[in-house]
Design a protein around this ligand. Structure first.
Ligand SMILES: Nc1nc2[nH]cc(C(=O)O)c2c(=O)[nH]1
Ligand code: SF4
Ligand SMILES: [Mg+2]
Length: 204
């Protein structure tokens, strides 16, 4: 029988991006194909859940929104075996992905966070459509070029820069300066600010 490597499951509010404030059950899968220096998730420590364990656990929460995250959830081979029963049970399923893997068509809402520190890996784009893109802001001369590259290669409704957190400190000033740069010479802003608001609200 398949089992899923799960870091944590919890109910909270979406802290980031367009759906900030949306109540959701977060399913955090173990494993990632990247190793960002500022990663805030220990995706190596996990518990095994069967499909039944997962469905039972999720059904105990109030929310009918699921956010599949990680780690990198597109690397979970058995994911479709979970998505189908979740869809049948009426859940709205969102995913948080770094964009290097293809997102299953059963997913209802796609948030992609391509990583500047691994820009060479994005020469081939696996997932070229999304509902929203969020890039963690980094102070580097090539950063704006990367954002522009992503904007032309990933079609999305919303584009965001997110301040990077290291040891509780956010590069907020750097981020808004980068937003100013990336939006200059446009009639309408295309890039907006997304903060990890849950970290300010002291919720999961
Ligand atoms: N509240 C809350 N919102 C989130 N949105 C994306 C998260 C993630 O870790 O992928 C996350 C998270 O960890 N907590
Ligand atoms: S892609 Fe996300 S989960 Fe993976 S190492 Fe980077 S920040 Fe962490
Ligand atoms: Mg998080």
């Amino acid at each position: 029988m398949v089992d899923f490597r799960i870091v944590e499951i919890f109910e909270s509010l979406q802290g980031e991006g367009y759906n900030t404030g949306m109540p959701a059950v977060f399913i955090r899968f173990a494993g990632c194909n990247l190793n960002c220096t500022w990663c805030d998730t220990n995706f190596r420590k996990f518990t095994r859940f069967t499909l039944n364990d997962l469905m039972t656990k999720v059904s105990k929460y109030k929310s009918k929104n699921i956010i599949i995250t990680g780690g990198e959830p597109t690397m979970v081979k058995a994911l479709p075996e979970l998505l189908l029963p979740l869809k049948k049970a009426g859940y709205f399923i969102a995913i948080e992905s770094n964009g290097l893997g293809k997102v299953d068509p059963l997913i209802d809402y796609i948030a992609l966070s391509p990583k500047f520190c691994y820009q060479s890996r994005y020469k081939k784009i696996a997932q070229s459509t999304a509902n929203e893109v969020r890039i963690v802001a980094e102070n580097h001369p090539d950063f704006i070029d990367f954002c522009q590259y992503i904007e032309t290669h990933i079609q999305a409704k919303h584009y965001y820069l997110s301040p990077c957190e290291k040891d509780g400190v956010f590069n907020m000033f750097e981020t808004i300066k980068l937003l100013g740069k990336i939006n200059q010479n446009r009639l309408d802003n295309k890039w907006f600010l997304s903060v990890q608001s849950h970290k300010f609200a002291n919720i999961e």
